[in-house]
Design a protein around this ligand. Structure first.
Ligand code: UDP
Ligand code: MG
Length: 295
């Protein structure tokens, strides 16, 4: 039976010190929330006692559900699992660390009730994050805006509300290296934004080390932009030209030059032409495939 109300999806990875406070904040939030609700906690293979704590708080609150993933599958996949299980008419994804204040959800609900399918929460300020994170995040969102063909809001993370029909479409997209904020924008539903101040993480440290951030950015670019493929095409063309020039030179050297080592001309020709043909073909195939996938 589907829930006529709100589902919160909360991914949790090693958030032991945050969970009691999260429970408190959620309780006081739901006192003001006009809708029936459920909370889907997704334990993303935590190595600490997060799962045990989640089970404890859920035993005392029939609105809470815990989805325990067998291993750490990463933030984007954890959110996907949660969205698949959420049953509400409106689904809100929110981090466990209280950087995204639950109170903002009330404003999101109002926008949803006005008829919007997607309500982004845009960070007007970020507190307690390193200068490095702020600069890289700001650069990343601006670069993405330039690179991708779809309109993605700047400075919006995964804290957002989605209507049931947006969730249905999103759940039908099963790419494996997911960049959910891109997929959400791709669905094309009517969307709007609310603004909020991103708080400091309540406790513990970020679960997004540089390595994960780079993978995330890479997925974003390769999922939604053909520019890297076009770069391959142009590189292939350019190195093809260089190869042809080099080939001409190698042949000239063989017949009119001082005399070259036996086999050098053939190797030069094979390496130069082979490499450029490969780059060019990768670019062309990639672009063609990307064109098919977009349809
Ligand atoms: N998270 C997760 N799996 C991971 C990494 C993070 O479920 O592999 C969760 C984490 O518990 C938090 C949310 O995703 O609720 C965002 O992570 P974090 O706050 O560490 O990222 P940041 O806010 O520093 O970008
Ligand atoms: Mg955080």
């Amino acid at each position: 039976m589907s829930l006529k109300g709100l589902s919160l999806v909360i991914p949790v990875y090693n958030e032991e010190p945050v969970i009691p406070e999260l429970d408190k904040r959620l309780k006081s939030f739901f006192e003001t929330c006009p809708l029936d609700y459920e909370v889907v906690f997704v334990n993303d293979g935590s190595a600490d006692r997060s799962l045990e704590l989640l089970k404890n708080i859920s035993a005392q609150n029939s609105h809470y559900k815990v989805l325990a993933l067998s291993r750490n599958v990463g933030h984007q996949n954890a959110i996907t699992a949660g969205m698949d299980h959420a049953q509400g008419d409106a689904v809100v994804v929110i981090d466990a660390d209280l950087q995204d204040p639950p109170e903002v959800i009330l404003e999101m609900i109002r926008k949803w009730q006005e008829g919007f399918d997607i309500v982004y929460a845009i960070r007007s300020e970020r507190e307690g994050e390193s200068i490095f994170k702020k600069i890289t995040a700001s650069l990343f969102y601006r670069l993405m805006q330039k690179l991708v063909g779809i309109k993605m809001p700047l400075d919006a993370g995964d804290f957002r509300l989605m209507s049931r029909r947006a969730i249905v479409v999103l759940s039908s997209l099963r790419e494996s290296n997911r960049f959910i904020r891109g997929l959400v924008a791709w669905t094309g539903f009517r969307s709007t934004a609310v603004y909020y101040k991103r708080e400091k993480r309540f406790a513990g440290s970020t679960k997004y080390p540089l390595r994960k951030m780079i993978k995330f950015a890479f997925d974003g670019v390769t999922n939604f932009s053909t520019i890297p493929l076009r770069v391959a095409t142009w590189l292939g063309l350019f190195s093809g030209l260089v190869a042809l020039t080099a080939a001409g030179w190698a042949v000239y050297e063989k017949f009119f030059g001082e005399g070259v080592v036996q086999g050098w001309t053939t190797i030069m020709l094979a390496v130069a032409l082979g490499a450029s043909a490969q780059l060019l073909m990768i670019g062309i195939w990639g672009n063609t495939l990307a064109g098919f996938l977009r349809k």
